[in-house]
Design a protein around this ligand. Structure first.
Ligand code: ZN
Length: 129
């Protein structure tokens, strides 16, 4: 039930991201994410709602997308920050950095990639969700 993603080395330290998914009901699970940068470990917990598949040809792709809603665990919710994000994953994409993926978080809007997309993509690729 665990999928590990190692990100390619960028200018700084290597990051290792671990995503652990636990299935609760047919369309609901939990995602525990740990991001290790050197000696620093950040942990994030979400509920994962599987919203099914959708079709979107805005990027010229004819793939069926997997759609999810991640809701932060209550103890990790902060005032002024959204408590959930809707995410679209192209399961046929070659990597987590692909124009077919999308997420509503600020990181994705700014950088075109984020931990939510990377984790869900890795879990799909490893047959976990
Ligand atoms: Zn995101």
């Amino acid at each position: 039930m665990t999928a590990t993603v190692e990100e390619p080395r960028t200018a700084g330290q290597q990051k290792t991201r671990t995503a652990r998914y636990r299935h609760l009901t047919e369309n609901l699970g939990t995602l525990d994410m740990a991001i290790v940068k050197g000696k620093k470990v950040e942990e994030f917990s979400y509920y994962v709602e599987d919203l099914g598949t959708d079709y979107d040809d805005r990027n010229g792709s004819t793939n069926a997308y997997r759609c999810f809603r991640l809701t932060k665990a209550r103890h990790q919710q902060k005032p002024g920050e959204p408590s959930n994000y809707d995410i679209q994953i192209d399961p046929e994409a070659e990597s987590a950095q692909h124009k077919g993926h999308s997420c509503e978080c600020l990181g994705f809007l700014r950088w075109g990639k984020c931990k939510h997309v990377s984790s869900l993509f890795a879990l799909i690729r490893n047959g976990k969700i």
